[in-house]
Design a protein around this ligand. Structure first.
Ligand SMILES: [Zn+2]
Length: 94
């Protein structure tokens, strides 16, 4: 759309490249969820979020590097586990 401001970019916690926000899935901490986090479908949940491409490579990379607990500033020993929301990330409709 002509004249609209450029879309903000966010860094993917998997491949660490920057991408338009709309191409990434937002994750937020949620103590009550099985993996300590959940997909923020509306991208409107308050609090610290993490962004990731809905791609296997990115989820695998983030899992390997334990990037999600870090991105969400999870407390040591907390149960933030990206594998619990893997299917939801990969199935997200952007
Ligand atoms: Zn990525």
């Amino acid at each position: 759309m002509a004249g609209s401001p450029p879309e903000p970019t966010r860094q993917c916690i998997g491949c660490r490249s920057r991408a338009p926000r709309s191409s990434l899935v937002r994750l937020v901490a949620d103590e009550g969820a099985p993996g300590g986090c959940r997909v923020d479908r509306g991208r409107n949940q308050p609090g610290r979020g993490a962004h990731i491409h809905p791609r296997e490579e990115c989820v695998d990379e983030a899992t390997k590097r334990r990037a999600l607990p870090r991105a969400l500033r999870a407390l040591p020993g907390s149960s933030v586990d990206i594998s619990k929301v893997r299917a939801e990330i990969l199935g997200a409709r952007l």
